[in-house]
Write a protein that binds this ligand. Structure first.
Ligand code: NOJ
Length: 720
């Protein structure tokens, strides 16, 4: 039951108003931009100007002044004065851009993710946004899929922690509060499992795999109080996900108790027709509404067919009212009936955007998101050394194009060159071959071949930073790739630079794990920079100089070759694992190791850590493990201690290891610290073959260590 206000509104609203409330349109439908030709998109969706006054929400309309004006006009026309809800894709920052979500996943710091969301909420709410289409909780195992950049990574536990942290950061205690906004967990469900990594492609997940790996992060976001859930473009059990009663009615609402609002992804209701699941718009509307999708984003079947569906008895008024109730309750929870503009404020919008405090936060999160993949005595570089000659080459050396996707409103950027200039004032920086990389989508594969001349220019440098990677346009939505190697010219550049005999530091800008095995021998150090946002340059200079000791760990495995994909750490046991028998008939490739190039949880530091005193014990609450971590170097650092379990025999096959907990410890040189992990029976539950989460007594391996491939292992028995 909703509030009295909401119930009264529902009982006095016309059907047109209700169906409009259940529809979301882009701002150009509202005529906010006079220069736009309204007939185009309106005609496409078959809408009349008359329909617009009933619309309940809009997407990606930015700017306090604009949104205030739009709201005033709309409320004057809406028969009950119901305010619009302004939603937008505020994914990893608004004006101050933070690292892409995959990079933030690598920080292994939910607090960093929370901070990024909090800052994004402050900046965007001042610009008139009230709800963000974030966080994306889709688990990812296939770096061919461009949207891996929007996910925290491949692990259900880490993704869950990051998702709930983001929800907290956006919503705070109460999204109605100033500077907070409602969060939307997306894309429900399983969007990350697109076959072949091709965006929008078929998904085929068994119930067990769905529940074991894919659902936990969405669930954590719901438990953290997210107000909205977005449907996904893929099919689930052969039904378009947004029309799946199993997903929305059964799992989301009944099993998880979600009481918020569901929105379709962009025109996804319409796509049920293209999928061949609904025969026409009426059937699309019926199936989407009955599965529980309250708002249709950017298609108009609810508006066009709601009436006829009611008249034919294919839809009931209760079903429509249920959706309207969700939407109006959300508006009420955001305080829009009292204050329809929420925090929109042109002055605050200006003052908050890119303010020092936000940029400092972005720099801090960015440096925590960098992962040091290789370091053969090159890094850190001495920033105090006079006359150090540093070569800077490659398309990202001076580029501002390092914000990553969904950063449309980000403007200021600290480039690698700028960061280096600031951090190394006494060094000489020499740049060469810094032309930006073309995007594959635009048909430009690489810059012209200037490798020779570059090597000449850099041959006297003490160290060379090769800033290489993929164009940000080639990652993200609709940016799937089958080849994950660097462009030929970049590979050639690395090869030739290596031949100069000077230390080469490869700094990799990408939205996904790239296939870097072919060039790994040419780099003495490798820094995975992802797309770090506004403070990319300063954060990288912090890392390269050692002002910040790298603490990031991979939240997604790096494949040796594309042919290995999907390759992830928490795979199920096979009947013929590698090493189980001599000879040919074991699960392996003939031409490539089974292991990834760099596994989940991996990342180097300038410090060295030693684990000792590992103990595993059982008590009435479950398993208790203890380990001592010692910094055995002269450099202070942060170690991410990871705790995995392996259920040795279950009623269904269990993964070889599963992350259950992690802790970051800050250690001064030669400092030791004890780290304790408590693993309860609750944490060891898994979905059985009836999809019930159960704890099964038996033997467990407990693994604690630096990454998924460097662990100390103990074994215990646990009773019921
Ligand atoms: C489509 C994307 O899949 C989704 O993530 C996004 O929120 C919507 N478009 C709105 O821009």
């Amino acid at each position: 039951m909703a509030s009295k206000r909401v119930e009264e509104l529902i009982s006095s609203m016309s059907l047109e108003e209700k169906l409009g409330e259940m529809t979301q349109l882009a701002p150009f439908f509202f005529g906010v931009d006079e220069s736009m030709d309204l007939t185009g998109p309106m005609a496409e969706l078959g809408l009349q100007e008359e329909d617009i006054k009933y619309i309940g929400s809009t997407l990606n309309s930015f700017g306090a002044e604009k949104n205030i004006a739009m709201q005033k006009k709309h409320m004057a026309e809406q028969p009950h004065g119901i305010p619009l809800l302004f939603m937008a894709d505020v994914i990893h920052g608004f004006r101050t851009i933070f690292p892409i979500p995959l990079a933030m996943g690598c920080s292994f710091q939910p607090a960093a993710c929370e901070k990024a969301a909090e800052v994004a909420a402050k900046e965007s709410t001042a610009a008139g946004i009230q709800l963000t289409f974030a966080p994306m909780a889709d688990l990812v195992r296939d770096p061919r899929w461009g949207r891996v950049m929007e996910s925290p990574g491949e692990d259900p536990y880490l993704n869950a922690r990051m998702t709930e942290a983001a929800v907290k950061g956006f919503q705070g205690e109460d999204p109605r509060e100033k500077g907070r906004m409602a969060a939307c967990v997306k894309h429900f469900a399983g969007y990350g499992a697109a076959e072949g990594g091709r965006d929008y492609n078929t998904v085929d997940l068994s119930d067990g795999i769905l529940r074991e790996f894919y659902l936990p992060a969405y669930h954590a976001g719901i438990d953290a109080g997210a107000k909205m859930v977005m449907t996904s473009f893929n099919i689930m059990n052969r039904i378009p996900a947004g029309a799946s009663k199993m997903l929305f009615d059964q799992i989301l609402r009944k099993e998880w108790g979600f009481t918020g609002t569901v929105i379709s992804d962009f025109a996804a209701a319409n796509e049920t027709i293209i999928h061949g699941y609904a025969k026409d718009g009426a059937e699309a509307a019926q199936r989407y509404i009955q599965a529980g999708c309250d708002i249709e984003m950017m298609s108009s079947h609810y508006i066009h067919h709601g009436k006829e569906l009611l008249e034919q008895g294919k839809l009931s008024m209760e079903e429509i009212d249920r959706s309207v109730r969700h939407i109006l309750t959300l508006k009420e929870e955001l305080g829009l009936f009292e204050n329809p503009f929420k925090d929109a404020d042109p002055e605050a919008e200006k003052a908050l955007a890119l303010c020092d405090e936000h940029r400092a936060a972005a720099r801090d999160v960015a440096r925590k998101s960098v992962v040091l993949l290789k370091n053969e005595g090159v890094l850190p570089l001495d920033s105090k050394k006079k006359g150090l000659k540093i070569g800077l080459a490659g398309p990202f050396a001076t580029s501002r194009n390092v914000l990553g996707g969904w950063a449309g409103t980000g403007s200021h950027v600290s480039t690698l060159e700028m960061g280096m200039q600031e951090m190394f004032p006494d060094a000489e920086l020499v740049t060469a071959m810094t032309e930006e990389l073309g995007a594959m989508q635009e048909g430009i594969f690489d810059v012209e071949d200037r490798v020779e001349e570059t090597c000449k220019a850099l041959r006297n440098c003490d160290v060379i930073l090769a800033a290489v990677g993929e164009n940000p346009m080639d990652t993200g939505e609709a940016a799937s790739r089958t080849c994950l190697r660097l462009s030929p010219n970049q590979e050639k550049l690395l090869y030739e630079l290596h031949k100069l005999g000077k230390p080469v530091v490869m700094i990799l800008f990408s939205g996904r794990p790239l296939e870097i095995r072919p060039v790994l021998p040419y780099a003495d150090a490798v820094v995975q920079a992802w797309f770090l946002g506004t403070e990319a340059g300063t954060a990288l200079a912090d890392i390269l100089s050692g002002a910040y000791n790298p603490s990031g760990r991979l939240s997604i495995s790096f494949p040796q070759t594309v042919g290995q994909i999907p390759v992830y750490y928490n795979h199920y046991r096979t009947g013929r694992p590698l090493g189980s028998a001599e000879g040919r008939y074991v699960s392996r490739y003939l031409d490539c190791p089974n292991e990834p190039l760099f596994p989940f949880g991996y990342g180097l530091s300038y410090a060295r850590y030693q684990y000792s005193g590992f103990q595993v014990a059982v008590d009435q609450d479950g398993i208790l493990t203890k380990v001592t971590v010692e910094n055995i170097s002269n450099t202070a650092g942060v170690e991410t201690v990871q705790c995995y379990t392996h259920d040795l025999a279950g009623s269904v096959v269990r993964p070889v290891m599963e992350l259950k907990a992690f802790q970051q410890v800050e250690l001064a040189p030669h400092q030791k610290q004890g780290v304790t992990f408590r693993i309860t029976r609750e944490m060891l539950r898994f979905p059985n073959d009836r999809s019930e989460f159960v704890f099964e007594p038996g033997e467990f391996e407990i693994m604690v260590g630096h990454s998924s491939s460097e662990v100390l292992t103990g074994k215990v028995s646990l009773d019921a």
